[in-house]
Design a protein around this ligand. Sequence first.
Ligand SMILES: [Zn+2]
Length: 260
Amino acid sequence: MLCGKFFGGRNILCYKLRMLRQVTRLVTIAFFASLAACGTVSTSGVKNTSKTFNTVVVDAGHGGKDSGAYRRYGPAEKMIALDVAQRLNRKLRESQLKTVMTRNSDVFIELNDRVAIENSQKNAVFVSIHFNDSRKRRVRGFETYYHSGASFNLASQIQSKLMTIPNSSNGGVHKANFRVLRLATCPAVLVECGYLSNRSEASKTRDWEYRELLADRIADAIVEQRFGSGVYKASARLAAETQPQPSTGGTGLTPGTGRR
Ligand SMILES: [Zn+2]
């Protein structure tokens, strides 16, 4: 519309713009042709359900023969990941979200089977719970990973909620090629809830109240991503009023009474 309004040489300008449009059209055609030729590109196959999802696939990392990270300061990664995942699962259900757990006991699940579970849900997001490991014992902090652009907001939301935990250290939000993220057809994130190789972070994970706090912040982030701010706190208060608190016995990882 602005073409040629102000310039004497408008015909040249219009010609150049026309050429540009034609080139753009050709590039677009070539782009879609290449897509058709090589099948579905993984990132383009992601359905952005980050504002509409009604289901959360909760994935506890590792399990069974795969212990994950293991350090003398705390229990094996597979055990605490499961415990945090179970706590997260309960909190999400209390917030009226449907959940699917990839495992609910100490069993080994192949990565491809986890991917199949996450992609079998129609309107979901996927959240994988892990703990980290490093040869450098000083390394600490929360890290959240994503792959598709549709997953970035959820990843950032989780990371910033975890950072509200006192004395936490920010390892950042990163793009990664993990299979459960790369092959997901829904928004998918993987949370590293601290380093088991770090004395301070690992010993905190022995405490059920700390694991409850981790689950609480992740649930808060997921609910805020879906329903907006303030909704999680309201539902958490309601759940606390209507349900008996889990017993505080010990630092064991076995689920408290009345928990799924
Ligand atoms: Zn792990």
